[in-house]
Design a binder for this molecule. Structure first.
Ligand code: NAD
Length: 332
């Protein structure tokens, strides 16, 4: 077992990916302290995870230094040491950049980025005394490529990735490794609660070359690897778990927005021509907000290659092709 004899903290482990990470750590022989903000799901997760090994739980908000210090103290008291910290807790809210409220901006940054900072700083001080430790932070492919409608989330995850690299450099002398895991689309309660329909999920996953969404266990496996001694010479890096995004692709378009914004803003068609995938979306001429009524068809490509004239002709069959696309095809 890869984490035999180690003890770990997993934040936001009441459900979703965090719960899967805690389960994987337990299956790999670790003793695990889980925490979450939601009392009900924390209790249910504690009960469920107890079947897999020695688990403790604490109701903790990762944005509070006091609460995080309490959490670390409880873990140290229960297990004697803290070998692994998995910073998983996070939220995401979909809203166009021009409509992000201060409250949503601050909440997203506080939980996704400041929470990682606080937990890491408190636990790393403990790890320094032990002269060993592994911290694995939850990033996202959104922190690498970005995605419309998620400026605050993307910024927080980009912050996590660079915080990880900086911590890795500064903590290396203390034999503490720090890495991040960057998942793509993983189907969890978070996604379902956002109102994604089965059709939207199908469309979204059709953009992933492996042609399916990721499973929480697949992210948990990456966390277990980076937390284990098998990754003993790996620090300051991000491990992408996303079923591949092709080079040159833009960020995925959020299919959830039509649900939230009444279809004014979002993907309308996805078509394949000459083995290339085209996203055809309706968007505002002036700005991508729900208030705008002026619409046009805009073409997006997920491949960096230029579409062939034949592809353009095929596209012409069902809608008007923008002049930009036509000239791109001719010159290509
Ligand atoms: N699901 C995906 O497709 C995906 C992709 C990339 C990254 N991620 C990241 O993975 C992590 C988990 O996502 P998920 O899909 O399992 O979400 P989820 O909502 O199912 O789980 C997140 C958990 O974090 C808890 N939490 C929220 N705020 C907290 C706080 N202040 N203190 C303590 N706990 C708190 C929630 O109560 C919840 O139990 C997040 O950081 C998310 O950004 C998810």
């Amino acid at each position: 077992m890869r984490l035999e004899g180690k003890s770990a903290i997993v934040t936001g482990a009441g459900r979703g990916i965090g719960k899967a990470i805690a389960r994987k750590f337990l299956e790999e022989g670790a003793r695990v302290m889980i925490c979450d903000l939601d009392e009900d799901c924390l209790g249910a997760a504690h009960e469920e995870l107890s079947d897999f090994g020695q688990v403790r739980s604490e109701l903790v908000d990762v944005t509070s230094r006091e609460a995080v210090e309490y959490l670390a103290g409880q873990a140290k008291g229960a297990f004697g040491r803290i070998d692994v910290l998995a910073n998983n807790a996070g939220i995401s809210r979909f809203e166009p950049f021009l409509e992000i409220t201060d409250e949503n901006w601050n909440d997203t940054l506080a939980i996704n980025l400041t929470g990682v900072f606080l937990c890491s700083q408190v636990v790393a001080a403990e790890m320094r005394n032990q002269a060993s430790g592994a911290i694995v932070n939850m990033g996202s492919t959104n922190g690498i490529l970005g995605e419309e409608g998620l400026a605050h989330y993307n910024a927080s995850k980009a912050g996590v990735i660079l915080l990880t690299k900086t911590m890795a450099i500064e903590l290396a002398p203390h034999n503490i490794r720090v890495n991040s895991v960057c998942p793509g689309f993983i189907l969890t309660e978070l996604q379902l609660e956002s109102g994604m329909s089965e059709e939207a999920i199908r469309d979204y996953t059709s953009l992933i070359p492996l042609n399916r969404y990721g499973r929480v266990e697949e992210v948990a496996n990456a966390f277990a690897f980076l937390a284990s001694d098998e990754a003993s010479f790996i620090t300051g890096t991000e491990l992408v778990v996303d079923g591949v995004r092709p080079a040159g692709s833009e960020g995925l378009v959020p299919h959830r927005l039509p649900v939230l914004y009444g279809g004014v803003y979002g993907v309308d068609h996805i078509r394949t021509f000459n083995s290339r995938l085209f996203q055809i979306r309706k968007t505002s001429v002036t700005s991508a907000t729900r208030r705008s009524t002026r619409m046009q068809w805009v073409w997006r490509f997920r491949a960096s290659t230029t579409p062939s004239p034949q592809a353009i002709m095929s596209l012409n069959q069902f809608t008007t092709v923008s002049p930009w696309l036509q000239s791109a095809a001719v010159s290509g």
